[in-house]
Structure formats: structure tokens, C-alpha cells
Design a protein around this ligand. Structure first.
Ligand code: KIV
Length: 272
């Protein structure tokens, strides 16, 4: 089995920015181990996220809150072994970036011990400073806005964010501030499609959506939703790709092709 291809064109954050500028949709999924990472990488996923969703879909927890930095490092290391081309993004888990010292130390661990090439953190007022500090250290950052599952105990339920004018305006301002602080990628979860479109049009950095409609620069889904093996009821914005394809390889390839050709998401997978 070949472990290394010298002609692989490695994706970087700069590649994602070039894709945005060229209007070329970015395709992404989550993965938590080398076997699935290999499938996603071969199918052409531009980046792979080791999300803290692993707490729910791999560990069987009720929320993402119990996930630790060590958990993410372990799974990122596995995914790194199966990845050659895709950019490798790792989530910073709950409370691992609540002070500048913790944020920098934990981001460095995700990179040095896990092999992460970009870290993702969920939005909150404190995070502007964190994004700025990570950027100053040369660490690529993705800022996750809209529905932020790490705040589930405060929010009470998983629901669409930014439907009211004030919250929509605030999200537009937050996105702009995060970009100015140095965020390389913005990720919008469960946001009305018109709001996502507006944020995307104003952003110079790529905007990736999950439940944010078609008018963003790229899409991400949780792999286990795509394969219909996530516990509980599937979210409205995710699509079961296994049912019509019948194989993991074909399901992932179909998803990537649909994102590239802007066939996914259709309005039934988006929010107004
Ligand atoms: O943890 C995760 O899988 C995520 C995606 C939902 C974007 O953050």
C-alpha cells in the first residue's frame, strides 16, 4: 500500500483563499480516524475537520462539552496519518481557549502533537483577542459563528441563529471583526441563507457553511450524518448520501461532486 505520493498538491489556507477568489466551491467533511481520512482525501475533500462532534458521534456523549484537548490530539494524529492532500483542521474543545495562555498552549499542542494545520474555535466575545494572538504566532485560525454547540447549556437547544435583525447585524459585525483580527476562515453553522450570503459577500476570507445555505464559499458536514450512522435524529441541514449510493466511497465522492457543482445544499437543507 502506497503511503506517500510526491505529486500530491497539498492544500493550504492560501489555497482556500485562492478558491474563494476563483469562485471554486470548497468541499469538506469531518473525520476522526485514518481509514475515513483516506477516503475523504482520495475523494478530494479540500479540508478535513477533526471536530469536537467526535464527542457525540464517536464517544457517544450527549454534547461536545466533555471532549478534551487530548481527545482531539489523539484523533487528529490518526486523521493526519490518512491525509496527504487535504488541509487538516482541528477543533479547540470547550474551555481550552478561555485564557490567552491556555489558548496558545493548546493550539500549539494540536499542531505539534496532533499535526493540525489550522485550529478552529467557537465565537464568543473573548475570542477576538484569541484569534489575534494565534495570528500573531503564525497559527492559522477558523472562527465558528452562528450556532456554537459548546454553548448548548447556555442556549438550551440547537436552533438557527441570526433570524432577528439585531442578532443578524451583530453576526455581520462579529464576522468582520474576526477577519480583521486575523481569522483565515469563517465557519457559519445554522444561519439563515440570506445572512450567510451577506457575510460571504463582504468577507475576503473563505466562508464555510453547515446549515447556512448555498451562497457561501464552501460546505462542511459531519461525516457520520452523510453516512447515516450518527446517533439520534439527523439534522435538517445534513444529507444522507449513503442511501442512494450504497457505499462509503461513493457517498463521499457524490457529496464532494455535489458541493463542487453547487447541487448541495438545495433550499430544503437551508434555513430562511
Ligand atoms: O465539531 C464539528 O464537527 C463541527 C462541525 C459541525 C462544523 O464543528
Amino acid at each position: 500500500m502506497s503511503q506517500h505520493h510526491q505529486d500530491v498538491q497539498k492544500i493550504t489556507v492560501q489555497t482556500l483563499k485562492t478558491m474563494k477568489a476563483a469562485g471554486q466551491p470548497i468541499a469538506s467533511l469531518t473525520a476522526y480516524d485514518a481509514a475515513f481520512a483516506r477516503v475523504l482525501d482520495a475523494a478530494g475533500c479540500d479540508f478535513i475537520l477533526v471536530g469536537d462532534s467526535l464527542g457525540m458521534v464517536v464517544q457517544g456523549q450527549a454534547t461536545t462539552i466533555p471532549v478534551t484537548v487530548d481527545d482531539i490530539i489523539y484523533h487528529t494524529r490518526l486523521v493526519a496519518r490518512g491525509t496527504q492532500r487535504a488541509l487538516l483542521m482541528a477543533d479547540m474543545p470547550f474551555m481550552s481557549y478561555s485564557s490567552a495562555t491556555d489558548c496558545l498552549r493548546n493550539a500549539a499542542r494540536l499542531m505539534k502533537e496532533g499535526g493540525a494545520e489550522i485550529v478552529k474555535l467557537e465565537w464568543g466575545e473573548l475570542q477576538l483577542d484569541m484569534v489575534y494572538r494565534l495570528t500573531e504566532c503564525g497559527i492559522p485560525v477558523c472562527a465558528h459563528l452562528g450556532l456554537t454547540p459548546q454553548a448548548i447549556l447556555k442556549m438550551g437547544s440547537y436552533r438557527v441563529q441570526g433570524r432577528e435583525q439585531a442578532t443578524a447585524q451583530k453576526m455581520i459585525e462579529d464576522a468582520r471583526a474576526l477577519e480583521e483580527a486575523g481569522a483565515d476562515v469563517l465557519l457559519l453553522e445554522c444561519v439563515p441563507m440570506e445572512l450567510a450570503k451577506e457575510i460571504t459577500q463582504h468577507a475576503k476570507v473563505p466562508v464555510i457553511g453547515i446549515g447556512a445555505g448555498p451562497d457561501v464559499d464552501g460546505q462542511i458536514l459531519v461525516l457520520y450524518d452523510v453516512l447515516d450512522i450518527a446517533p439520534g435524529k439527523r439534522t435538517r441541514f445534513s444529507r444522507n448520501y449513503i442511501e442512494h449510493t450504497g457505499s462509503i466511497h461513493k457517498a463521499v465522492a457524490q457529496y464532494v461532486a455535489d458541493v463542487r457543482e453547487r447541487r448541495f445544499p438545495t433550499p430544503e437543507y437551508a434555513f430562511t
